[in-house]
Design a protein around this ligand. Structure first.
Ligand SMILES: [Zn+2]
Ligand SMILES: [Zn+2]
Length: 206
């Protein structure tokens, strides 16, 4: 499994390309901005994108959905409870960061327990609300992509529409930490971590 991490846009969100080296099929997780950078990395690695997956509907994670879709013809996937953010510039926060973003509906709505398969790789959808109602984490072999739910040493904001502090803490404690100490955590912003390190040192989880 190939994982490429790119920090994109003014809000410095992490966009990930996850590729199957046997088949060259890939997904793009959270194309928030800078579509040309994302497309260049795909080309460099000879990858064919099957899906664009959004961990949630905020503009810094969905901002480049359309140009990446246009160039790759990939389907867009987001949890059913965050899909309405595509057409709500207040809740997707785009109207606060200079420029209304209104997206077409996604091709597929995700729910807890769904699986997303490309090449020999399967990612499992874990519904982790608290930052937004329809926030998800994606669990693969020894890795979890946590969006704005869990960061290295911190957690996502809960003061935005759909946010809920108790809920984000339960999402992390009940659904992410039990995945196992050795699991690598790939968050929506900032550096990579592990479940063990977050369990031990994240001040919000003590
Ligand atoms: Zn967010
Ligand atoms: Zn974010």
């Amino acid at each position: 499994m190939l994982i490429k991490k790119m920090e994109v846009g003014n809000l410095m969100s992490n966009c990930y390309i996850v590729g199957c080296q046997d088949t060259s099929e890939a997904v793009v997780i959270d194309p928030g901005a800078e579509p040309d950078t994302i497309l260049a990395v795909l080309e460099e690695n000879n990858l064919k994108v099957k899906y664009i997956i959004n961990t949630h509907g905020h503009v810094d994670h969905v901002g480049a959905n359309e140009p990446v879709k246009k160039a790759t013809n990939a389907d867009i996937l987001i949890h059913k409870e965050d899909a309405p953010l595509f057409s709500n510039s207040q809740e997707n926060l785009s109207m606060y960061v200079g420029g209304e973003l209104l997206l077409s509906p996604p091709e597929r709505l995700l729910e807890e327990g769904d699986t997303i398969t490309f090449g020999n790789i399967t990612l499992k959808v874990i519904h982790t609300p608290g930052h937004t109602r329809g926030g998800i984490s994606l669990h693969g072999d020894q890795v979890v992509f946590t969006g704005d739910t869990l960061f290295a040493g911190s957690i996502g904001r809960t003061d935005l529409p759909g946010g809920d502090y108790q809920q984000i803490i339960s999402s992390i404690k009940e659904k992410i930490l039990p995945l196992g100490d050795d699991i690598k955590v790939y968050p929506g912003h900032g550096p990579v971590s592990t479940v063990a390190r977050e369990k031990k040192t994240n001040p919000f989880l003590q």
